[in-house]
Write a protein of this length. Structure first.
Length: 95
């Protein structure tokens, strides 16, 4: 991910959450995706496709990853600051 895109993503997260912390407080999308893919791949095999968007729930920023693994769709939601997996399971979304 190029640095300009990473900065814009972090800035938009900061503004949407109302955070007064540093831009560096947020995980990059690449870091969060690595966490999501490793968590899902360890249980369900190789991940064949990934789609991501950023959400804001109750004043907290999250990365929501929709992935396909062995022909099934899954969602993994990652806290954008801590990297904690908040939710993981099968999804009705197809990407």
């Amino acid at each position: 991910m190029n640095k300009i895109f990473a900065f814009i993503l972090a800035l938009s997260l900061m503004l949407s959450v109302g955070c007064t912390g540093n831009v560096g407080d947020f995980l990059s999308q690449d870091e969060a995706q690595k966490i999501a893919v490793e968590a899902l791949g360890a249980e369900h095999g190789e991940v064949s496709s990934v789609h991501c968007h950023v959400t804001n729930t109750d004043g907290k920023a999250y990365y929501s990853f929709y992935m396909t693994c062995d022909g099934k769709s899954y969602e993994v939601k990652i806290d954008a600051i801590s990297g904690e997996i908040v939710n993981k399971g099968e999804s009705a979304h197809t990407h």
